[in-house]
Design a protein around this ligand. Structure first.
Ligand code: ZEM
Length: 303
C-alpha cells in the first residue's frame, strides 16, 4: 500500500547526521543511572524493542517497529504493552537531545544496546525507521503473544501462530524466548510475579538451563498467602518463575530440542539470538540497497 511505502522511506538526510556513538553513550548512562538502582532499565528496554516489532504481520505487511506506533491508541493500551510507557518515558529525553533520530530507531537501538551492555551478543543495527505522523497505521491490538493462551493443550500452537505470522520458525521462536534470562514479571503490569533467573540483568543461556534442570510446579503461595494470580510455575525455592508459554517450550518435542541445544551451548544461543533479534526488529522496515550507513555505524559504534 502507499502508506507502507511512505512509511518505509529512509530519512537519508537525517540519519546521516546522527552521532550514533553519542546516542549509545547516553543510553549507557541511562542503563547505569542510580535512579533505577532497584530495577535497572535494561530488561524493560529490551521488552519495548520486542513489543514494538512483534506486531508485524507478514501477510498484510502491517505492524512492526517502523512508525513507532506504540505512541498511539489502541496500541498503547494493549494489555500486552502494560508498563511499557515506563520505557518510552525513559527514552524521551534522549529523543529530545537527538531530534534527527527517529523514535522508531531509538526504541530498537536502545534494546540492542541494552542486550550488548548486559553481556549479550553484538547485534547488527541499521537505522532507517521513520515515525508515523498519526494513528492511521497503528496495528490492531491482540497481535502479541498471550502467556497462557490455550492452556493446557494449545499453548504451543498459539506460539507457532503468533511467531509464524511474523515469519519465524521453531528454532527462532526458542532462541528469541531466551530473552527471558532478563528481567521479571510485575503483578501490576502483567499479573505475573517474579524473575526467570537469579541474574536478571545478565544476558546468558541461564533461562534454558533452568528450564531443563529445575523442577517446575504451579505456584500456590506468595509471601505466605495463597497465590491468587494467573497460573504460573515456580522452582522449588519459589524465587524463580516460568510462564505457561515458557513451560510449553519443554512440553513440545520440537521446541525442547532447541531448548536442550541452547542450554548446553551458549555460543550457539548468542549467535542464533543475534540473528533472530535483528530479523525481528527489521520486520516491515526497508533499508537502502547500499549499506554504507551500516558500515559506518559498525566503525562508529563498535569501534
Ligand atoms: Zn517476554 N514477557 N514474552 N519476551 N519479556 C514478559 C517480560 C519480558 C511473553 C510474555 O507474556 C511476557 C519474549 C516473548 C514472550 C522480555 C522479552 C521477550 C512478561 C512480564 C510477560 C508476561 C511483563 C511484566 O509483568 O513486566 C510471551 C508470552 C512471550 C512469547 C511466547 C521475547 C521474544 C522477548 C525478546 C526477544 C523481557 C526482556 C521481559 C522483562 C521485562 C522487564 O520489565 O523486566
Amino acid at each position: 500500500s502507499s502508506v507502507g511505502e511512505a512509511m518505509c522511506e529512509l530519512p537519508k538526510d537525517k540519519s546521516d547526521k546522527v552521532d550514533w556513538k553519542a546516542v549509545r553513550a547516553d543510553i549507557c548512562k541511562l542503563l547505569e543511572d542510580d535512579k533505577y538502582e532497584k530495577e535497572p532499565p535494561g530488561p524493560v528496554l529490551v521488552r519495548l524493542a520486542w513489543h514494538a516489532s512483534g506486531t508485524y504481520d507478514s501477510a498484510t505487511k502491517t505492524g512492526g517497529s517502523n512508525g513507532a506506533t506504540m505512541r498511539f491508541t489502541p496500541e498503547s493500551t494493549d494489555g500486552a504493552n502494560a508498563g511499557l510507557h515506563i520505557a518510552r518515558n525513559m527514552l524521551a529525553p534522549i529523543k529530545d537531545k537527538y531530534p534527527n533520530v527517529s523514535l522508531a530507531d531509538l526504541w530498537i537501538f536502545a534494546g540492542v544496546t541494552a542486550i550488548e551492555e548486559m553481556g549479550g551478543p553484538s547485534i547488527e543495527f541499521r537505522p532507517g525507521r521513520t515515525d508515523a505522523p498519526d494513528a492511521s497505521t497503528v496495528p490492531p491490538n491482540g497481535r502479541l503473544p498471550d502467556a497462557d493462551k490455550g492452556q493446557p493443550n494449545s499453548t504451543c500452537q498459539h506460539i507457532r501462530d503468533i511467531f509464524g505470522r511474523m515469519g519465524f520458525n521453531d528454532q527462532e521462536m526458542v532462541a528469541l524466548s531466551g530473552a527471558h534470562a532478563l528481567g521479571r514479571c510485575h503483578t501490576d503490569r502483567s499479573g505475573y510475579w517474579g524473575p526467570w533467573t537469579r541474574a536478571p540483568t545478565t544476558f546468558s543461556n541461564e533461562y534454558f538451563r533452568l528450564l531443563m534442570e529445575e523442577k517446575w510446579s504451579p505456584k500456590k503461595t506468595h509471601e505466605g498467602k495463597k497465590w491468587t494470580g494467573p497460573l504460573q510455575y515456580e522452582d522449588p525455592t519459589g524465587e524463580l518463575m516460568m510462564l505457561p508459554s515458557d513451560i510449553a517450550l519443554i512440553q513440545d518435542k520440537e521446541f525442547k530440542r532447541w531448548v536442550e541445544v541452547y542450554a548446553k551451548d551458549e555460543d550457539r544461543f548468542f549467535k542464533d539470538f543475534a540473528r533472530a533479534f535483528k530479523k525481528l526488529t527489521e520486520l516491515g522496515v526497508s533499508f537502502p540497497e547500499d549499506d554504507n550507513i551500516l558500515v559506518k555505524l559498525k566503525k562508529l559504534v563498535l569501534g
